[in-house]
Design a protein around this ligand. Structure first.
Ligand code: PLP
Length: 365
């Protein structure tokens, strides 16, 4: 039986991406690898039609957190100050990264289900010593909330702070306004909306920001300046995950052929609205309004009397992997992502699986 991953990455792979990993054995110091790396870097910029003279895509071997940590540690200068906006696990992780590296940081904390409190953020930006950067999560996967960055970006512009964006679970399927927002950089990964495999993560950064970040060399492995220098000269400072690069290259070709990030957003939206509608008919309600949720993942209240482990195991037996809520939310919600190589029959089977589970639940025990 086919198992469909509905967790927020890794995703169900297309056969093309899976087979790409069987490409020839390749040394990362050979010109064939350099060509592969150049192609991926170029295609990542092309997703949002970015000018390679202004922007650089920098490839790392690691998961999404590696890219976020590289972005924060390489781009906040030694004398910089970071304001971290938190409304979930991944915003809190950015604060943790800043703390571990001794970066001067303040936080604006929110409850995990809350939308950004722009008045409070504005007050902090206005009343504190200037911040060089503001870090925020685009799609907070904790709740499925797509943070409204339009106004936050405007506040950053007014207060002269560059935006560091965790776009790990949004890049490739949600809008990122590279020309309108004061973005310094964003971090993402191969194995979510791009449909590659885990192992390659990347940062897209303004070239001038990297050039002026000074000697913010807080780590050896995650030093984006070193990666950029090497990758611009067709090299790499460390061994890269070659097979993962093959997969990402194939996944980027697929994204391009399928119409780019906007087509992917539309596809995810149509999948998610189908799932939301069906679950509502079964009395399973979403955690957030449709307009507040990303197209990538939605959270739902657990049906009365059904624990997450029971729901998970029943769905797993029918070929679907869903995702638990984190910490206290584990008792309250489950999450479904729309990423990966899914098709209409998969969604039919998913709806039927929920029908079966809810019918069983309604029988007297
Ligand atoms: C928004 C966001 N940031 C960061 C991460 C961390 O990514 P990884 O688990 O690949 O390190 C995730 C993972 O789901 C995420 O959703």
């Amino acid at each position: 039986m086919k198992t469909v991953l509905l967790n927020p990455g890794p995703v169900t792979l297309s056969s093309r991406v899976r087979e790409a990993m069987l490409g020839p054995d390749l040394c990362h110091r050979e010109p064939e690898f350099a060509a592969l790396q150049d192609k991926i870097r170029r295609q990542l910029l092309e997703i949002h039609a970015l000018d390679p003279m202004q922007w650089a895509a920098i490839l790392l071997t690691g998961s999404g957190t590696a890219a976020v940590e590289a972005m924060v540690t390489s781009l906040v200068p030694l004398d910089g100050r970071l304001l971290v906006i938190e409304n979930g696990v991944y915003g809190e992780r950015i604060s943790n990264i800043a703390r571990r590296h001794g970066i001067a940081a303040e936080r604006v904390e929110h409850p995990w289900l809350a939308r950004l409190d722009l008045a409070r953020i504005e007050a902090v930006l206005r009343d504190s010593a200037p911040f060089s950067h503001v870090a925020v999560v685009h799609h907070e996967t904790t709740s499925g909330r797509l943070n409204d960055l339009e106004q936050l970006a405007a506040l950053c512009a007014t207060h002269g702070a560059g935006l560091l964006l965790d776009a790990v679970s949004s890049f490739g399927a949600e809008e990122i306004d590279f020309s309108g927002w004061p973005l310094t950089a964003m971090a993402a990964t191969a194995n979510k909306c791009l449909h590659g495999v885990p192992g390659t993560a990347f940062v897209i950064a303004r070239r001038d920001a990297l050039a002026t970040a000074g000697e913010a060399y807080r780590t050896v492995y995650l030093d984006l300046q070193a990666y950029l220098r090497n990758q611009d000269q067709q090299g790499t400072p460390f061994t890269q995950s070659v097979q993962t690069f093959y997969a990402l290259s194939a996944a980027l070709d697929e994204l391009e052929e399928e119409g780019g990030w906007e087509a992917r957003r539309d596809l995810y939206r149509s999948r998610m609205s189908r799932v939301r509608r069906h679950l509502l008919t079964l009395g399973i309600s979403p955690l957030l309004e449709e307009g507040e949720s990303s197209c990538v993942l939605n959270a739902f209240h657990l049906p009365q009397g059904l624990s997450y482990p029971a729901l998970h195991d029943e769905l797993k037996a029918k070929g679907f992997i869903i995702y638990a809520g984190q910490s206290a939310l584990a008792q309250q919600i489950f999450r479904i992502s729309t990423m990966g190589d899914l098709n209409e029959p998969d969604l039919d089977r998913l709806c039927a699986a929920f029908d079966g589970i809810m019918q069983k639940e309604s029988l007297p025990r």
